[in-house]
Each structure stands twice: as structure tokens, then as C-alpha cells.
Design a protein around this ligand. Sequence first.
Ligand code: CP
Length: 319
Amino acid sequence: MKQFISVNDVNDINALAAKALAYKANPLVDARLGANKRIGLLFLNPSLRTRLSTQIAAKNLGMEAIVFNVDKEGWALEFEEGAIMSGNTVEHIKDAGPILGQYFDILCIRTFPSLKNREDDYSEMFINQFIKYAGVPVVSLESATLHPLQSLTDIVTIKEQLLATPLNKKPKIVLTWAPHIKPLPQCVANSFAQWVNAWSEAEFVITHPQDYELAEQFTKGATITHDQDAALKDADFVYVKNWSTYSDYGKVYENDPGWMLTEEKLKATNNARVMHCLPVRRNVELSDEVLDSPHSLVTKQAGNRVWAAQAVLSELLKA
Ligand code: CP
């Protein structure tokens, strides 16, 4: 593996997920693999799970991890080629990138979308500029359109459940839109759809209100419906996530609390396990009764972030 930006960087999803679960069983088995290597974790946006789980994963592999909150502590970076830097940006990625590449063996970046200009966001300019100028392997800690470490974790978590309680059929996985008060990126939903489609070991259904279609490049292969009740029928896993509109980009068209998942709605499922990447707005996106019930996998899911990150870093170190 040369970089970890999307599922397209992974040769074998099952093998990578198995590696993550092996690290969960034996976290320090490769404790010297990253000795004398340094990993930089650059955050242009906030994080709890991604930041801490990747640091722990790096430490388990013997690497030194340095966190840099670029948004709060760094110079304002310019990403546009040929920019006349007479505005607020202070340092061009063309200058900062090669320096970061000298300081670190692996560079990890979190950079959210603007949600203002779809073309810019979906070109993934920021992370692509880091890749272009750093010259070392780059890992996405969530980019403008995707969140691959989260999605690998999600597959790991589903596989872990299936290993513990096997089904005699392909699992039915439902990605359902949920209400939220703010416009959120499409990254987690795009990425989950991309990974589940690439994994191709599930019946995959996406349900959302009208006008909340995600980009087809990620959803192609899934069944898409506006009927949440129909989607939930016989579901084995329900992944709950809000996203803002893609077509009329970055808008909140809908905030109907009727889309929030409840215990009542879960009665139509096959005793489904409920997933969410966190952070979650309780009783807006997901009800207390579901989050605090045995249906909820959210804490296990967040715990698995360490093992997914460790599997990815290990692959990069061995490349
Ligand atoms: N799920 C996730 O990426 O969490 P953080 O934003 O806290 O890192």
C-alpha cells in the first residue's frame, strides 16, 4: 500500500479487516515495525476518535506520533497553484509539503470540505496537494469527500459481529439518513457506500429523503429508496448518518424528526445492530433509547478505530 485515501488503495478488504482484528487480539505483535519512524497527524479540523486512535495505533507499532493542529497553531495554508498570496493565506503547500515530507515518514491529514463549492471539494484539492508535495505516504484522516479509516473500521466491526453470530445469508446493511441541525459533509456516507459496494458481501440499501441523493460514483450498486420503513425491513445492520444535499450542494432541505431511528422502527429489522461514526447529536440524529440499547454498536465501533488504523499503518510501513 502506497497511500490510504480511499478503498481504491486497498487490494483485499477482507485481508485488511482480518489484519485489524488480529491486531485487536494481539496489539503489540508488531511493536518494533515502526521503530525510528515518525508519523505526522495534521488536523485542519476537529477530531476525537481519529486523532487518538491513530496515535495509539502508531504507538502500538513503535512509531513516534506528532500531532499538529494546523487550523489553530499553523500558518494559514494556500493550496491554489499560482495563487497571488495577498489575502489571508501565509504559506503555500508547495513550500510546506516538502518540509513535512522531510520531517515525517507517513503524513496523515484531516481536511473537511467547504460545502460551498462542490467542484472544488470533490476535486479533493487539499489532500491531493499534500500528496503531490510531501513525497511520503499520505493517509486520509477524513478528506473533503471520504473517510476511509472510518469505513474500514465499519467493515471490521460488521465482520467481527458476523464472526461472533454468523448469518446463513448475506447481511442486509442499510445506510439511513438522519436529521441534523447543521449542514454536514457527505464524506462518511460516501465512503461507507464506496466500501460496502467494493466489499460486495452484503445486500446494501441506502435510504434518504428526496433530494438527498449522494454522488453516484460512490453509491452505484446499492438499492436506493426514500421509504425508510421498507429499507429497514429485515436489516441486519443499520448505519445512521446525516449528510447535507449533494445536488444543490451543502444545503439542509429536510429536518423531519420522523427520520430519526427509534426502537419502534427497529422492530421491522432482523434485530439489527445500529452503527454511527460519532460524534452523534442525541435525540436529533439518534434516540437515547437506541444508543443506550443492546442494538447499539457505536462504542465497539469507535474502539475498532485503533485496529483499523494499525492495520493501515502496518501496510504502509511494510511497503
Ligand atoms: N468518527 C470520527 O471520525 O470521529 P472524530 O471526528 O472524533 O475523529
